[in-house]
Design a protein around this ligand. Structure first.
Ligand SMILES: NC(=O)c1ccc[n+]([C@@H]2O[C@H](COP(=O)([O-])OP(=O)(O)OC[C@H]3O[C@@H](n4cnc5c(N)ncnc54)[C@H](O)[C@@H]3O)[C@@H](O)[C@H]2O)c1
Length: 280
């Protein structure tokens, strides 16, 4: 069984954005451990290099680059490098995302910059990433696209979602758009044997959630005595039937499944990996 999983993505090539830290690193590590060569990129090129170096040192194959997903040229250049250096792109994982504009954690209200940044990265960035690989995948009549959205992009959970800190309205609307883009790309690309799905993570202790917890602590007197990490854990216990945070590797394992032949009949779906916090 372990051997079969190790070879689950043998011979495939995966391109992953936002793979300099957090969830993107977990996805890169899991896909590499299942046999895929990975092309990892991030706005922070040095961080992407670190991800790739660790994979190469561990016996995998990885290349890295500095990419801004809001810039189609930078994505096209990196996709071209992945194809020429690793042979093809079989799997594309648009993962890069932002919670808001600069200073989100210390602001009371969301701003125009939050709308602009979340839509530039979480929506246009995802569209730009898929555009960079689409024609290549269509020519080869094969491909797996797995978009990292959020369970927050599904239906809101009523007033329980109100008032913990600065409203995440721009972020949550951008993630709903990413899920809708998943559906539309699945329809567009299905006849080319390209599967397009989304993974919707719940809560993971990455720099993104640390910023949210700092924001909740600053704005909500209920949390005055708690550390940001304690706030994170308290909210998990209050909302998740499984009562624990997810890890970047948990997200990577679901991406690996959706990118594998085992999921060849799954397309246009958005899969929650959220400990049961939202059941939609
Ligand atoms: N952490 C969570 O609880 C959680 C929950 C649901 C969904 N998500 C989603 O998962 C994805 C990864 O989140 P994370 O928690 O690892 O976030 P993170 O902030 O820890 O990491 C995001 C990475 O994306 C990169 N990035 C940002 N803008 C970029 C750009 N313009 N071009 C290229 N790279 C860019 C950053 O440099 C960083 O390395 C995001 O799409 C996020 O919305 C996270």
């Amino acid at each position: 069984m372990a051997t079969a999983m190790a070879g689950q993505l043998q011979g495939r090539v995966a391109m992953i954005t936002g793979a300099g830290r957090g969830i993107g690193v977990g996805i890169a590590n899991v896909l590499a451990s299942r046999g895929a060569a990975v092309a990892v990129c991030d706005l922070d090129g040095a961080a992407a290099e670190e991800t790739a170096n660790a994979i190469n040192t561990g016996g995998g194959t990885a290349i890295a680059g500095a990419v801004d997903v809001t810039d189609p040229d930078s994505l096209e250049h990196f996709a071209g490098r992945a194809i020429s250096e690793l042979g093809a792109i079989d799997i594309c994982v648009p993962n890069a995302g932002v919670i808001g504009g600069p200073g989100f954690a210390s602001r009371k209200d969301f701003t125009k910059e939050d709308w602009e940044m979340t839509f530039a990265v979480n929506v246009h960035g995802v569209a730009n990433t898929t555009e960079a690989v689409k024609e290549h995948m269509k020519d080869r009549r094969q491909g797996k696209i797995v978009i990292i959205a959020s369970h927050g992009g599904r239906k809101p959970r009523g007033i329980g979602d109100r008032g913990r800190g600065t409203s995440q309205q721009p972020y949550l609307v951008s993630k709903a758009a990413a899920i809708q883009l998943t559906h539309l790309l699945a329809i567009e690309l299905g006849s080319f044997n390209i599967n397009v799905n989304a993974v919707c993570p719940g809560r993971l202790w990455t720099p993104m959630w640390e910023a949210i917890a700092i924001n909740h602590k600053a704005l909500n007197p209920t949390y005055a005595e708690l550390t940001p990490h304690e706030i994170f854990i308290q909210q998990i216990k209050a909302t998740m039937p499984l009562g624990r945070p997810q890890t970047p590797e948990d997200i990577g394992k679901t991406v690996a499944f959706l990118a594998s032949d085992d999921a060849s009949e799954i397309t246009g779906q958005a899969i929650n990996v959220n400990g049961g916090a939202a059941m939609d």
